[in-house]
Design a protein around this ligand. Sequence first.
Ligand SMILES: [Zn+2]
Length: 597
Amino acid sequence: MTVRYAIRLAQPGAHLFHVTVTVEAPDPEGQRFVLPAWIPGSYMIREFARHIVRISALSGDRRIGLQKLDKHTWRAEPMDGRELTLAYEVYAWDLSVRAAHLDETHAFFNGASVFLLPVGCREQPCRLDILPPQGRKYAQWRVATGLRRARPTARGAFGTYLAADYDELIDCPVEIGTFQRIEFAALGVPHEIVVTGRVPKLDLKRLGTDLQRMAETQIRLFEPRRQTAPFERYTFLTLAVGEGYGGLEHRNSTALICRRDDLPYVGMKDATSAYRTFLGLASHEYFHAWNVKRIRPAAFVPYDLERENYTKLLWVFEGFTAYYDDLLLARAGLYSHVQYLDALAKTLTTVTQRSSRLKQSTAESSFDAWIKYYRQDENAPNSVVSYYQKGSLIAAAIDLTLRERTGGRRSLDDVMRLLWRRFKNSGASYPGVAETELPGAIKEATGIDLGRLVRGWSEGTRDTDFAALLAPFGISVERGFALEEPHFALLGATTRRDGADCRIVSVFDGGPAQAAGLSGGDVIVALGGLRVRSSNFDGLLTRYAAGDTVEVVAFRRDELLQTGITLATKPPPKFTLRVDSKANKVAQRLRRGWLGA
Ligand SMILES: [Zn+2]
């Protein structure tokens, strides 16, 4: 039996969707309905039910009782075998990739935040009517989504869409409005890019060409012989804003948010670093179509949508994806080798600058994502290691080790392909990747036993020697000092502009700011007897030298603090990776096998 949903863009000005869900044969004991507490891909309890404004239950025209059982569960009063409909309003004013947003310029929603699941119906097919807002000003609005269309709904039109089950329904976000759009085929598979938001002189054609190269490189990685994708179509839903960055992966689409400056413009020659950031984001979410949407941790098979799903493997599913996002852009020719090595050096620098890496392993960080990585405060650099960044370094360490030990014949690519085959071959009985499965998979795919090393990297907190790992590839690692940002180099703190004020964001372990008793949130108002503004702080600081002691005045809770601060003599480290032009043939061959010709 089909579960029927309808979503009407009823009141764009009030940011309200009107939603109905109809069950043909409700539970005679009292049908329960539940809204997910989180959205897969974003590991935090978000309690989407808090945005349901009004809700009622109807049997035919008759209103029946509806009781709330817990924060996200309702139960209709017991009734005979007739159809039951729940009608409710959802307030949609979250401009992120994770929830829903509706105004007079566009609509966006993730099913997880708007569609109640009738308990017991998760495997049943779903039908969704997407209904337009009233009014001539919306006449040009079109629909973009990974959902299949029901006849006779035309591509891009309001109308009826289908999902095989609830999980597919909530894994296909929908964007509606007057977006710019381009299509391309990657190895025969249709792809579309949709860009919402005002972007002057957007070079859609270039976006299409570059994402096509990225997509083909990824499809070939997983299916080098058959060159087939795991989806029939793929949709990039992109929202361009002034400031913003983020993405969420789905089985045949992704929702992206970026700065409009990150998108290419007509006349742009070499890719700007902002555009490369966008390509990295798109590449990351696309890689997830294999790694996490299909190859999944066992803890996510199936997702428990009501509570935290604990796994120690996000360093594999996010970290490996973060490793491949840039690497595959290099192999696709969209990053130069130098640009790729700069990105890798930056990751190595960021991880090493934070003492969190000495306190929390990536396995622990994965497990605690729900309460730590996703809920970072001012102390995060000292307490939360990023399973993205350090996970990508572990992926690099595994890949480099496998390539070096096999003379370039085996690599992490073989491991990804093995995991992919295991998913494909097991069909509906796919058990997911067990918590301790990776070392065995590496050995099976490559013949190399990295068990002890992988456990050390993922469960330990020791630094990895990248100079030794990269040397066989003719790449040297130089360790210098991060001097570009004086407040960070000399004070060991990050700051942000707060109007004209200079406000401390985070104070790093062992740095001068911490020794002087400064803290995240403090507003620095004077340095050495001179007024500080966000615009002149670095300029004032650079007049002093490492080791100088200078008076700092700050406000905390509007109370004045005065303290002396001794500027760092040993600023935080910064790594640079360099290709040795005189490296021997073996090293050159290994490097080309890794980064592409
Ligand atoms: Zn990701």
